[in-house]
Design a protein around this ligand. Structure first.
Ligand code: F6R
Length: 612
């Protein structure tokens, strides 16, 4: 996904821009570039490929400058190529633009601008912004770039975070934002721009999160903000509290395995402030009144990918504990299927980034119908965080690996706490029972650690299954819900085809695919469903598949039926998802490692999907 950076100050801008671009590499990209003002002249250097390619170009053409913007592009309109890479310039070449998002009306705008004599050099939607700015500078803004940006933004439809450098403003950067994140980092006598605060962290922790429709002009000394009409506005400074070290690999080969090992702490942090020092449930500042909670008639959970699979666990949970009908939907389906919104319902959006375009659209759709939205996001200040009615954040810390792991587990924590809290308020669970479950939840970080301490079996499994081309994941109830996430993780990182099925579905189709040596990962921890799952294991084994069984510590009868056994600590059935997801995560990591995959940046995938 695209990334924007910018710098203005006394220091040499190019090394700072390159460093910040490297910090955004994890988002995935196909080309990169910078635009700077060199002796007052707008100079663009860009290339298809990696940041190292850009850095090599810049070494050939050293630029001693103090102001500039940079970009990593992930192609949406037009192939990955150098002409399509950002920054883009207009006819005059005197200003350059970097952009994240999609300009939906760019075809019409381009046609109009071409009619006015503008010559386009790329296939991108972004280039229209540069030409449009030139047009507005001449007609309407009287040479004032700040005004031109306000006017140009009024003509743009879609999502954008834009940063501009221009020869007419050698001491200023300009920015505008709608539906695509942009932050300004505040330094001493210098300021920074980034689409993601991770890029700014080594330079400053004080940031301004821009809101939709904010236009900004940034000098060395300060920042002025306005709305699109030019009325001055104010945004509060946010102090970022994450540790920079938390965003680095910390001795592990990959962010993925580092982040898996951070799961115990991520759970503890997410419980903090919601469980009191006596270990009792204490969700106090939710922003949903007890009356709202009592009135609840329906819950919708909407999310994408891994966050959606966390929601599938939530559906089981809310229905089981609250007896409130709960729908869990993929955001891209939900937003277009004209859902029926009922009064007294709550829509829960789940998102690590808080920026996923389809989830954000679902949030807005629900609000348009008067439905209250509760957001479970990991990025404070993200669009979902700002736009939802109620926030109940995960505290997983920055997740750098494209594949989500620790965020998923903390998304479960938030849903469990909500379910327990709602159930107590609605009188469906006694406070004592909720506190008993919270007591067990407090033991989970230690139990996850025990599983992490036994990593050897996953390396052994990885060695054994290196040649396998298909994997199946089976389970029932909550074990089935977690299997979905296990299969997603395996396919996205190892590139081995993986599918998850509710074990009861076997006879309805997938049994045809069970034959000699096909690996089948069966999770069988739900006590009430154990006998049924064991029958499924026997069916699969009868077809000579290779069965890996994930069972409770106390299970003594599985060994004779399967090829491999993984035992995990005991807890209540309902809390098992916190533990059953860890083995598939470790198996995925070690299999992908053995296969030499690009673990942190799997092909074709990006961390934050801010386009449809
Ligand atoms: C998979 C993964 C993705 C994301 C999905 C939603 O490992 O990370 O499936 O879960 O793109 O992203 P968020 O949670 O940021 O809305």
């Amino acid at each position: 996904m695209c990334g924007i950076v910018g710098y203005i100050g006394p220091r040499s801008a190019v090394p700072i821009l390159i460093d910040k671009l490297r910090r955004l590499e994890y988002r995935g990209y196909d080309s990169a570039g910078v635009a700077v003002l060199e002796h007052g002249t707008c100079t663009v250097v860009k290339t298809v490929g990696k940041i190292n390619d850009l850095a090599a170009l810049l070494e050939q053409h050293p630029l001693d400058v103090n102001i500039g913007v940079g970009h990593t592009r992930w192609a949406t309109h037009g192939q990955p190529s150098t002409p399509n890479a950002h920054p883009h310039t207009g006819n005059s070449g005197k200003l350059a633009v970097v952009h994240n998002g999609i300009i939906e009306n760019y075809v019409e705008l381009r046609r109009e601008l071409e009619g006015q004599g503008h010559v386009f050099r790329s296939q991108t939607d972004t280039e229209v912004i540069a030409h449009l700015l030139e047009e507005k500078l001449d007609n309407g803004a009287e040479g004032d770039l700040y005004r031109a940006l306000q006017l140009a933004a009024q003509d743009l439809e879609g999502a954008y975070a834009v940063a501009v450098v221009a020869e007419s403003c050698p001491d200023r950067l300009h920015v505008v934002r709608k539906d695509s994140p942009l932050v300004i980092g505040l330094g001493e006598g210098e300021n920074f721009i980034a689409s993601d605060p991770t890029a700014i962290l080594p330079y400053t922790r004080r940031v301004l999160y821009l809101e939709n429709g904010d236009v900004g002009v940034i000098t060395r000394e300060g920042v002025a903000l306005s709305d699109l009409q030019g009325n001055p506005i104010h945004r509060d400074v946010t102090e970022i509290t994450w540790d920079v070290g938390a965003a680095e690999k910390g001795g592990y080969d990959h962010y993925m395995i580092k982040e898996i090992h951070e799961i115990p702490d991520a759970i503890r942090h997410t419980l903090r402030g919601r469980v009191n020092s006596d270990g009792k449930l204490a969700v106090t500042d939710l922003g949903l009144s007890d009356d709202d909670i009592r009135a609840l008639k329906r819950i919708y959970i909407v999310a994408c990918g891994t966050s959606y699979y966390a929601g599938v666990v939530g559906k089981y949970l809310f229905e089981r504990i609250l007896r409130v009908p709960t729908e869990c939907d993929i955001a891209s389906e939900f937003r277009y299927r004209d859902p029926i919104f009922e009064p007294d319902s709550l829509l829960i959006v789940i998102s690590q980034s808080g920026e996923t375009a389809d989830t954000l659209a679902a949030l807005r759709e629900a609000q348009r119908h008067g439905v209250k939205v509760l957001a479970i996001v990991n990025v404070i200040g993200s669009s979902m965080y700002r736009e939802s009615d109620v926030n109940f954040p995960t505290w997983a810390g920055p997740e750098i690996c494209v594949a989500s792991t620790k965020a998923y587990v903390t998304q479960l924590v938030c849903q469990y706490l909500l379910a327990f809290h709602f159930a107590v308020v609605r009188g469906q669970m006694t406070k004592e029972e909720a506190d008993r479950l919270v007591g067990l939840l407090l033991q989970v970080p230690g139990q996850v650690q025990q599983i992490l301490d036994g990593e050897d079996i996953y390396r052994e499994l990885a060695e054994n299954f290196m040649e396998s081309r298909d994997f199946f994941f089976l389970g029932r109830g909550l074990d089935a819900a977690v299997s979905l996430e296990g299969a997603l993780k395996l396919k996205e990182i190892s590139y081995v085809h993986a599918e998850a099925y509710a074990a009861g579905e076997l006879k309805h189709g997938p049994l045809a695919l069970m034959w000699t040596d096909v690996p089948v990962f069966v999770t069988a921890t739900q006590l009430e469903l154990y006998d049924k799952t064991l029958s499924n294991i026997k069916e699969v084994k009868a077809r000579r598949a290779d069965v890996i069984a994930l069972v409770r510590q106390s299970n003594t009868d599985i060994d004779e039926h399967v090829d491999w056994v993984i035992r995990i600590p005991e807890t209540d059935d309902i809390l098992m998802p916190f533990l059953t997801i860890i083995p598939p995560y470790l198996l995925t990591y070690w299999l992908s490692y053995a296969l030499g995959r690009e673990i942190d940046q799997p092909r074709n995938l990006a961390k934050s999907v801010t386009v449809e």
